[in-house]
Unconditional design. Structure first.
Ligand SMILES: Cc1cc2nc3c(=O)[nH]c(=O)nc-3n(C[C@H](O)[C@H](O)[C@H](O)COP(=O)(O)OP(=O)(O)OC[C@H]3O[C@@H](n4cnc5c(N)ncnc54)[C@H](O)[C@@H]3O)c2cc1C
Length: 232
């Protein structure tokens, strides 16, 4: 979602206080009666038109985009359009939303995908990766970070703040959607010096946490008392 106030300035010189001030905006849904939904037997809920995983709103009826009230993002609407096209062409497809990327185009960009929390989380400050001591030195001092979220086997979410975070976080979107095991992600080579190296650093931290947790689990599983005669 665009929040910056770049672009044409008002002619009467009434300028915004800063170039990065969030621009307030409101969204109003269309009146459901406007397009005659009732004539085809569709009853829209308060959030929009109810669809199934195939984006079907009823026999021969399809709905995509904001009107479904699912994810109000352009790229989700486009994705849903591809789902509908496949279904109409006889190639059954269902929509999946566990890896929806969200980007706020402020400076620096804020990006997230998947879950915001889970059993394991690992955070890395961008100031600690080589990119900030080579090319993008400003990020030695400016705020920037990446947090990865995991269930212990794979990534389930991530969020980041940093230059073009929406671009370099996208590999996490693929990892979540493809359910790639942590062990495989740890075996991925990240180019030096890029912000993508933060992904590797956070993965290494996650891996250590998961290893500690699983060894703790095994210790707990060892019986602390001698088995009783009935169970021996
Ligand atoms: C300020 C703002 C910034 C945003 N920034 C981003 C961003 O950076 N990235 C992102 O992914 N998403 C962003 N979004 C969300 C994105 O714009 C929407 O998710 C996307 O446009 C949804 O597409 P759509 O085709 O479903 O609906 P729309 O783009 O709203 O299209 C619906 C169309 O139907 C028309 N219509 C409505 N009622 C009728 C009627 N009765 N008869 C005929 N026509 C009708 C409307 O005029 C409109 O043209 C932003 C939204 C806002 C408001």
């Amino acid at each position: 979602m665009s929040l910056g106030r770049s672009g044409p300035q008002p002619r009467d010189d009434r300028r915004a206080a800063t170039d990065t001030e969030p621009a307030p905006c409101r969204r109003r849904s269309f009146g459901h009666g406007d397009i005659g939904l009732e004539t085809v037997g569709v009853v829209a809920g308060p959030r929009g038109i109810t669809v199934d995983a195939r984006m079907s709103a009823g026999p021969g009826l399809w709905a995509i985009g904001d009107v479904t009230g699912l994810w109000l993002l352009t790229h989700v609407g486009e994705y849903q359009g591809r789902i509908v096209a496949a279904n109409i062409l006889g190639r059954p497809r269902e929509a999946h939303y566990e890896a929806v990327p969200r980007v706020v185009f402020c400076d620096p960009q804020a990006a997230s995908v998947g879950d915001a929390d889970g059993p394991f989380t690992a955070g890395v400050a961008l100031a600690g990766i080589p990119r900030t001591s080579t090319y993008t030195r400003a990020y030695d001092t400016r705020p920037g970070f990446l947090t990865l979220v995991s269930d212990g086997d794979r990534l389930t979410g991530a969020y980041a703040l940093g230059p073009e975070a929406g671009e370099w976080l996208q590999q996490v979107t693929l990892a979540i959607r493809a359910r790639i095991p942590l062990s495989v992600l740890l075996d991925v080579i990240q180019p030096f010096p890029t912000f993508s190296e933060a992904v590797f650093q956070a993965l290494r931290d996650l891996d250590a946490q998961v290893a500690r947790a699983s060894s703790g689990w095994r210790q707990d599983a060892v019986p602390t008392r001698a088995p009783s005669a009935t169970t021996a």
